[in-house]
Design a protein around this ligand. Structure first.
Ligand SMILES: Cc1cc2nc3c(=O)[nH]c(=O)nc-3n(C[C@H](O)[C@H](O)[C@H](O)COP(=O)(O)OP(=O)(O)OC[C@H]3O[C@@H](n4cnc5c(N)ncnc54)[C@H](O)[C@@H]3O)c2cc1C
Length: 420
């Protein structure tokens, strides 16, 4: 196993010059998985240091959805009403919009829950909310602008992290390091864990467009056309737009310039036509993100655990990623609090987290890859206008299956519940 660790023997000179902070659990990455885990552990009395590479939460490529399963858990924590105070929209289902009209594949309104919707809160706001709540607990410490760069390893066991802060390098020593650092996880790479690629990549252009007062309530719907689709997130003053292009055509699309891009977008989402000309500078305004579904065979090594996208990268299809990531955090907190507080954490405790979360992950990834194939076959790779695939028409026509499909998106399988 190839690993790039800071051995205290080999690099003692470098290590001794660093300041050393002690904690019980060091979490790398304050996305949905890391922030939720930190909040739960701190509330249960486990000292936590949460390292976030960026200096704020305000950046692109963020998913805004808070699923019914997460709302129920927030209620168990006494936080649901406070989250509902954040500026939000509610998505009652997941829909495809094409020339054929609107086709809802997941209708949440029939679900038996107090929260029969996907709450859409701009993710920076939600992460700030979680970490603000965690800060009320003296066990919690958040370090922004702290990029994990090395693992500290002793006798084959990970004992901590070296991070580059705004004022130089620092060392955090902990019983457990949790890598919640997302799809390009540095912790995963440092631990020498290699994910298995499960689907071809999706190439998505991201940009913002202005939001006007009488715009439709369009958050979260997939707008599909031949060879492309777009998804919109409502950021109130602006729309965050994800525009998927045929894989491998980025250079071609870019060389063609902004005019065809604006035209294609206006055709796909006609009510955006009156603002597409605000896209004026490719370098400044448009970013490419290539995303691939993948999964680790083993989510841990002695002293280190991977959760969320770091363990199983999700693409945007179906909006499952946040739900899975936060549920990983809940299971990790449920299973690891006892051993962490007692100082008895063993590899088998980390294996138990993977054991509980692996099946839900596999099922949703299978579903996501199936949908992705259908979208490619009937949309992205097709020359003709998008037609709703037979697969979805069958699912929607059978009421039992329709509800199950909505429940799968809303809760996943074996939904995790925060321990009282
Ligand atoms: C384009 C796109 C759209 C998506 N849309 C949706 C959607 O609508 N709904 C949905 O549920 N899911 C969606 N997903 C999936 C979802 O974004 C992920 O599954 C989810 O964000 C995973 O959460 P996470 O906490 O594991 O990782 P992330 O959200 O990626 O958070 C990782 C954090 O770690 C930090 N970090 C990285 N490296 C380091 C380091 N070395 N040191 C310290 N910190 C570090 C990062 O800055 C980041 O804050 C989408 C994914 C993509 C790519």
């Amino acid at each position: 196993m190839e690993s790039e660790t800071l051995s205290t023997q080999n690099d003692s000179a470098q290590a001794s010059s660093l300041d050393v902070q002690q904690t019980t659990c060091c979490i790398v990455g304050s996305g949905p998985a890391g922030a939720f885990l930190a909040l739960l552990l701190a509330r249960k009395g486990v000292p936590v240091i949460l390292l976030e590479a960026h200096t704020d939460f305000d950046r692109e490529f963020r998913a805004d959805s808070i699923h019914p399963a997460i709302m129920e858990n927030l209620e168990r924590l006494g936080l649901a009403d406070d989250v509902l105070q954040l500026r939000h929209t509610k998505m009652l289902g997941i829909s495809f919009i094409s020339k054929d009209g609107t086709f809802t594949i997941s209708d949440f309104t029939q679900l038996k829950t107090r929260y029969p919707y996907m709450l859409m809160v701009p993710q920076p706001r939600f992460l700030a909310f979680l970490t603000d709540r965690a800060k009320q607990d003296p066990n919690f410490r958040l370090v922004m602008g702290a990029r994990a760069e090395r693992l500290i390893e002793e006798n084959g066991v990970v004992r901590g992290v070296v991070y580059r802060g705004q004022d130089g390098f620092h060392e955090v020593r902990a019983q457990l390091v949790v890598g919640a650092d997302g799809r390009f996880s540095r912790t995963r790479q440092l631990a020498g864990l290699e994910p298995e690629k499960l689907s071809p990549p999706m190439d998505i252009l991201w940009f913002y467009l202005p939001h006007y007062q009488d715009d439709p309530d369009a958050a979260g719907a997939l707008h599909l056309g031949p060879g492309r689709f777009a998804i919109l997130f409502d950021h109130f003053e602006s729309w965050q737009v994800g525009y998927a292009i045929q894989p491998g055509t980025y250079q071609q699309v870019r060389d063609a310039g902004l005019v065809p891009l604006r035209r294609a977008l206006a055709e796909l989402v006609p009510w955006l036509a009156n603002r597409v000309d605000t896209l004026r500078d490719w370098n400044e305004q448009i970013s490419l993100l290539s995303v691939q579904t993948s999964r680790l065979k083993q989510w841990y090594r002695p002293g280190v655990l991977l959760i969320g996208d770091a363990a199983h990268t999700m693409n945007p299809v179906g909006g499952f990623g946040n739900n899975l990531a936060i549920q990983d955090a809940i299971v990790a907190a449920n299973l690891l609090t006892g051993p962490l507080l007692a100082g008895t954490l063993q590899e088998k405790d980390l294996a138990a987290v993977q054991h509980q979360r692996e099946l839900p992950t596999k099922v949703l990834q299978f579903f996501q890859i199936t949908v992705q194939k259908q979208i490619r076959k009937h949309g992205l790779d097709a020359e003709k206008p998008f037609r709703v695939p037979l697969f979805f028409r069958i699912v929607r026509s059978i009421p039992g299956m329709r509800n199950r499909q909505a429940a799968l998106t809303a809760f996943g399988i074996r939904p995790a519940k925060v321990d009282p």
